[in-house]
Every structure is written in C-alpha cells, then in structure tokens.
Write a protein that binds this ligand. Structure first.
Ligand SMILES: Cc1ncc(COP(=O)(O)O)c(C=O)c1O
Length: 437
C-alpha cells in the first residue's frame, strides 16, 4: 500500500476505527497525492520568483492565456479567476462559504465537529464519490422504495451494493418501522456494515419529515449503531430549503446525526444545483461527521484527503468558473433574500396543486402521495398503468410527466406556472378517463 494511504489510514484508525472499517477496499487504498505534481506546483507558486515551469496551464502577459472571443462573454471575471484550475477539493473560499451557509441554515450544527465541505461536480458526483469510498460489492444499501432512480445505477450497478428497500410511507408519515426493520434484517443477515440513504425533500414524492420524525429516524439509526452496526448514512439534501408547509423540519436530518455515535458516519450530500438554481454549473458538496472524535479533526481531514484523491483520479478538479459564480452569489448580501423569493414561488405552486387536488373529481383516477416540499409531487394512478398514461398524455395532449413505475406518475411543479396547475390536472384526468373507460 502506498505510504500516503497508510498514513491516512493510521490517522483514521487511531481516532475512529469504525470509520476505517466503513471504507471500501479502494477507499482504504486511496490517498491524495500531496507529494506529487500538485505539491511541487504549490511550492513553486510560493517560491519560484524567476520562472515557474511547473503546471500545465498557459500564461501570457502575467495572466491565463485566453481567447478574446471566449473571455468577452464573461465581463467582470478575470481570465485567472475564470480559466485556471481549482484545487481538487475545491476553491478554499467556496468551501468556507458553503460551510457558513450550512451553519446559517442549520443552527444546530454550531459546536458540532463537521468536516470542511469538499466541492464536487454536482450532487451526482458527490454521491458517486461516496460509492467509491464506502461501497464494496455485496454491501447492504438500505433506502426507501420511492427514490431517485440514479441511486440504483450508481450504487447497485456500479458498485454492486445489495439493495434493501422499505416503503417510504406508513399512511401519511415517514415509515419509521420500515427503516427499523430493514436495519434489523440487515444485521440479522450477518452484516456488520450498512449504507443508509435518505433524501428529503424526497424525489419523486416531495415529502420531507417533521422534526419529530427526524428525531425518531435518528433514534433508530443510533440504536443500530449502538448495537454494533457500522453505518454510513447518506443524507441527500438536493432540494434543501424548499419547504412548503409549516410542519416540515427546517434543518437537515444531518443535524440530528452529526457527531452522535462513533459507529455512525453522517454524510451531508448537497449542492447548489437545485437550491441556487444552477443545474448546469455542476457544483455540489460533501460534508462528514462522526461521533467520538475530538474537536480537532485530523480524522475528517484524512477522509477529505481520500475523497480529494478520488476527485483527482476521476476528474482532477471541478469547474473553477462554476465555483466562482456560486461563491460570488453566496457572498452577495442578497443571497438569502433572493433564495427565499424563488422558494416562495415554488411554494405557491405546491399550494395551488394541493388546492386543485382537493376537488373530489380526481379521486377515482388517483391518490396523491403526501407532499410538502421540494420540486415534485407524485400521483398513485388507479386502474390503469402509469406508464400507459404517460405515453398517452404525451402523444395525445402534449403533456410531459414521468412514470416512475407502473403505478406512480411524477409531476414536477417546479416547472409549471401556478395558473396552469388546474389545466394540467384536468388534462391528466381527461386522459385517464379515456384510457380507463
Ligand atoms: C434526489 C436527488 N439527488 C441528487 C440529484 C443530482 O443532482 P445534481 O444535478 O447536482 O447532480 C438529483 C437530481 O435530480 C436528485 O433528484
């Protein structure tokens, strides 16, 4: 094993032995090449006053070489800021700014030991890095049946995780017993480690739990950790901050798990993507917390070094321009006000959906899953196939929806104007009636 990997492993084993056991085989081998090109370049940047011939960028007139036809599209940003590489773990200022945002949004994280967020190329990439670092073939992946389809591609297909599903809902609420049973079943199968994946606001249903539910979810997970399971708990906060109903917990479930148990690694996977409305910029983040470590965080730094190594190996680094744009937005005094204005528009649409769906005429055709947050809501279609309904709606009425499976149709209210909500559902009903008759 490479010496740098051994050093990271020793740091982790000394203070957080359970974390070491959670790492995948390749996660154990991984290290950040801090002694190679990157560190030699950094050293040269500080000391090479005469010539710096270290790094693979081109310079001219003391700044990044560039084509005017490209830079003229970016007034207000210097060629260096726009075009030079960012460090593999991300721009230091952006990492700090996102951490400040986390603390602003999640005041319960104050005084918790959390890692400095590492920048990823969107949330998909963040989730993929978690797979690299923590999932070996056959590891149990516990997650709800209503989920973002890309999890299966990433964790089940790419990494060979063994899915353990539980129904997301028990009536109108989060299915606490389902989560508990899945953990018990996994432990009873002889597994000592499991990856648990929870996403709120949920894609596809638009459900987010109450604070009471979050407390109970945390209790269930902590009980399993106390029983000796090594738990990697991924909290996918893709739609964080889009809470449309009062009773929804305003902070991340991560706050209830951070620093709570030495056998539980809490991972907050989030992104500017949906929350800051920058889908194509590809800026995501990973933040870690584990119980039982002192406030100084060599363990979390060692873990970040491994994640940085995966980034270096896979994509080298994330778009510096995208990171700068998000950083400048976060630094704006109007950031939270503007974010709230957009969230209010999404809330109006969600409430309009709720109002329209109260009309009894729809009840024969579908029931809606509970929704209170995020971008989506989901209909459980009665009598006919949701897949057939989707195709019919598209072909006959030019209405696009997503069939999640044979029974569930996902509607993205994020892209439907409030005034169009009634017509949308009336059209879906019309199509349903034509198919069901
Ligand atoms: C639940 C969930 N997680 C992650 C993602 C991926 O986000 P990104 O576009 O930042 O990769 C999505 C995108 O649709 C999502 O719905």
């Amino acid at each position: 094993m490479e010496q740098l990997a051994e050093q990271l492993n020793q740091t982790i084993q000394a203070e957080a032995p359970a974390l070491y056991e959670m790492l995948s085989e390749v996660g154990k081998e991984m290290y950040f090449p801090s002694k190679g090109i990157l560190s030699q370049s950094a050293e040269a940047k500080a000391k090479a006053k005469r010539f710096n011939a270290t790094i693979g960028t081109a310079l001219e007139n003391g700044e990044a070489m560039h084509l005017d036809c490209l830079m003229s599209q970016l007034p207000g940003i210097s060629p260096d800021a726009a075009l030079l590489y960012a460090p593999s773990p991300g721009l230091p200022d952006l990492r700090k700014a996102w951490q400040e945002k986390l603390l602003h949004d999640n005041p319960d994280l104050k005084d918790k030991v959390i890692s400095l967020p590492i920048v990823t190329s969107g949330l998909t990439h963040a989730l993929s890095l978690i797979g690299d670092a923590f999932i070996d073939k056959g590891d149990a992946l516990i997650y709800p049946d209503k989920n973002w389809g890309n999890y299966a591609l990433n964790y089940v297909v790419r990494h060979g995780a063994k899915p353990v599903y539980f129904p997301l809902f028990s009536g109108e609420n989060f299915n606490l017993d389902g989560l508990k049973d899945s953990l018990k079943k996994t432990q009873a199968s002889g597994a000592h480690k499991a990856v648990v994946l929870l996403n709120f606001p949920n894609n596809p249903t638009g459900y987010a739990p109450t604070e009471d539910e979050c407390v109970k979810i945390a209790e269930i997970l902590l009980e399993a950790a106390e029983n000796g399971m090594k738990l990697v708990v991924i909290i996918d906060d893709a739609y964080y901050s889009l809470f449309h109903k009062e009773k929804v917990f305003r902070q991340s479930l991560f706050t209830k798990l951070a620093g709570k148990h030495r056998n539980l690694l809490a991972i907050k996977a989030d992104a500017a993507t949906k929350e800051v409305y920058v889908w194509g910029l590809r800026v995501g983040f990973l933040t870690f917390s584990i119980g039982g470590i002192a406030s100084a965080t060599p363990v979390l730094e060692a873990l970040n070094a491994k994640i940085g190594g995966f980034i270096r190996a896979g994509i080298s680094n994330c778009s510096a321009l995208s990171q700068r744009l998000v950083l400048n937005a976060l630094r704006s005094p109007d950031f939270y006000k503007q974010r709230a204005e957009k969230a209010a528009i999404m809330k109006e649409r969600a409430l309009e959906m709720e109002r329209v769906l109260r009309e009894p005429k729809y009840s024969e055709a579908w029931t809606e899953y509970p929704f209170n947050s995020g971008y989506f809501m989901c209909l459980h279609i009665n009598k006919i196939s949701a897949r057939d309904l989707r195709v019919y709606l598209l072909d006959k009425y030019g209405v696009g929806t997503i069939a999640i499976n044979d029974t569930d149709l996902r509607i993205a209210f994020s892209c439907i104007k409030k005034e169009d909500v009634q017509e949308l559902f009336d059209t879906i009903l019309q199509a349903w009636q034509e198919l069901a008759k």
